[in-house]
Design a protein around this ligand. Structure first.
Ligand code: ADP
Length: 411
């Protein structure tokens, strides 16, 4: 390589460095190809230049850029690897010089006819990826005022080497961008689905719940028990649908919040006053530690209620009969912390982060003993973050878990 550069001369070398810089910073494949053929024609002082690339899956060669306008039907027709000049360069993986294409049986005369051009001589070099495997061919066509020189071949080879890597990188960038866009579309589709499904499910469920409560009032004592079972199931369904609906806050972002200054301790007191029925049913004790002073935060109270309810519901759900649940609210520097701890099953350390992901559950979904969809903690995390807060867990398996929510204090 050093020898090659030595022969280039300072001005050409400087030009190569500049080309290399541009090729390494460009990531639009079409612009990149256009730039390469322009530079190839200038560096070798030729009438035209073109690039053929191997399609990565079919391994067919296609003309992807040329100084001459290539009609679409020609651009879409594969150039055979066997029986074409470009194919021979790919297979040999080294430069080739054809002084008179008319005498070469591999030359396809149709090309000139279609593009109205007279090809005389071709200097073609393979474009290679970082592993030195050919990804395409760079051709310089018809040297102006003479024959191709050894130096032209050197120049074109260096350009093709830099270009091959840049093209590969640009292709990867494009694939990545495409995959990312597809992922975004899928995510949007899923969000829309959750939103539509939860809305559509809520309306009939409200009717069912209304009629059930009404019929239960009228039922005989024996029927009452059956009604209670149905009512429990319908209430559970409502909780699941509510989880799905809560994601709308998350997906529409901070602007959907109805922010107001509120006292977090008072809010926790209010929420908990209505919420210990399930814990009572499991004979669990619930202790609430609130500070004497006000702890003001800027928040949407209905959203923070969802956070508190989800953490409390989990504590009840994952704590056995007669366990203990403790809720503490306290000031910490510039933050207010809500700490929900339980004496439940606990969480393995390698799951501390994952449990906050949507639909993630520690138990095997096919063999689980607890109800739920794995959305509760994801909602908690995303809603807390919408309030510029943090949430995390500390736990000891078999002993219990402690969930922390930290929210910024407001002045
Ligand atoms: P769900 O409760 O619907 O399964 P969550 O997102 O609320 O979904 O919780 C995700 C998982 O985190 C739960 O399935 C459970 O494995 C674990 N988890 C959450 N809270 C607790 C807790 N207090 N104690 C033990 N495990 C918990």
């Amino acid at each position: 390589m050093r020898e090659r550069f030595a022969k280039l001369g300072v001005s050409r070398l400087a030009r190569m460095v500049e080309i290399s810089r541009i090729l390494n910073s460009a990531n639009n494949l079409d612009q990149l190809l256009t730039y390469i053929i322009r530079e190839a024609a200038i560096l070798t002082n030729t009438e035209a230049a073109s690039i053929l690339l191997l399609e990565p899956h079919s391994r067919d060669l296609y003309i992807v850029a040329s100084s001459n306008a290539i009609p679409p039907q020609m651009a879409n027709t594969p150039v055979p690897l066997n029986g074409s000049i470009a194919g021979a360069i790919i297979r040999a993986n080294k430069p080739m010089f054809i002084p008179d294409v008319a005498k070469d049986p591999r030359w396809n005369k149709n090309v000139d006819k279609v593009i109205d051009f007279k090809t005389q001589a071709i200097l073609g070099v393979p474009m290679r990826d970082v592993d030195r495997q050919p990804v395409g061919v760079l051709e310089a066509i018809n040297k102006n005022g003479g024959e191709f020189t050894r130096q032209d071949a050197e120049m074109l080879t260096i350009l093709a080497d830099i270009a091959g890597v840049a093209v590969e990188r640009a292709r990867m960038d494009e694939n990545l961008r495409r995959a990312y866009a597809e992922l975004n579309d899928l995510d949007q589709l899923k969000t829309d689905f959750i939103s539509i499904a939860s809305h559509e499910l809520r309306t009939p469920l409200t009717v069912i719940l209304g009629y059930l409560s009404f019929l239960r009032e009228e039922a005989s004592p024996e029927m009452m028990k059956q009604f209670d079972t149905v009512l429990d199931a319908a209430v559970h369904l409502r909780t699941l649908i509510q989880d799905m609906l809560n994601f709308q806050y998350v997906d529409t972002g901070r602007e959907s919040l109805n922010l107001a200054r509120l006292d977090l301790a008072a809010l926790v007191r209010e929420v908990m006053a209505e919420r210990d029925d399930t814990a009572v049913a499991k004979q669990q004790t619930v202790t609430i530690n609130l500070p004497e002073t006000e702890l003001p935060i800027m928040a949407d109270s209905s959203v923070i209620e969802v956070v508190l309810n989800n953490l409390f519901d989990n504590a009840v759900k994952f704590t056995p009969q007669e366990g203990h649940i403790e809720i503490t609210v306290e000031a910490r520097d510039e933050e207010v912390w809500v700490i929900v701890s339980d004496t439940g099953v606990g969480i393995p350390p390698d799951q501390y982060e994952r449990i906050f992901k949507r639909f993630y559950q520690v138990e095997d979904p096919l063999d689980r003993h607890h109800e739920g969809m794995g959305l509760g903690l994801a909602i908690v995390k995303e809603l807390v973050e919408l309030h510029q807060g943090r949430v995390w867990v500390e736990s000891e398996e078999g002993k219990g878990s402690t969930f922390f929510v930290a929210l910024p204090v407001c002045e």
